[in-house]
Design a binder for this molecule. Sequence first.
Ligand code: URA
Length: 198
Amino acid sequence: MRFDDRLDPLLEEIAEKIINCTRCPLAEGRINAVPGEGPQHASMMFIGEAPGAKEDETGRPFVGQSGQLMTDIMKDVGIAREEVFITSILKCRPPENRNPDPDEVRACAPFVLAQLDSISPIVTVTLGNAAYDLFSSTFYLPKRKVGEVHGKVFRLHSTGARYLMPTYHPAGLLYNRKLIPEFRKDLETALKYLGMRP
Ligand code: URA
């Protein structure tokens, strides 16, 4: 066990809290909470918006159509899904897949931030506007839309998580396939930073 494992809760302990969470009304409508999956010592972490129907059914992140597309592109650029940690800022599905409401983000954010501290990945990739909005306000990064900041890599000074790179949400790629090459290029950029442990 690494020394820092004892400073932050382990992923399983955080997952347990997520599974039993009743901090917001989304808990009432869920089939399953979706804590996320991947190794404790992942060097990359991917953070989306919220579980959809398939994720709610299975309790696993990014297993629907957009998750399949993301998994395929990851594989193409040389990122093995089972070696990275994948989660979302909300752990329960909003009804009809509506956008997360600010109160839900406030209630759920401590979980994703605890996961970030626990894993301490070298590179964190936020997927879409909702995830980038949470991280830009938490870490004082530029307040911009993903279309303007995707592929830019920011240093996170205040955490053990060293770099953050926003990119598009894979659901957006399903609607606008022209974004796929940009998404792929962003993942290649993120991969380069893995070798640049500060
Ligand atoms: N979209 C997300 O943001 N997260 C999931 O787990 C699935 C789809």
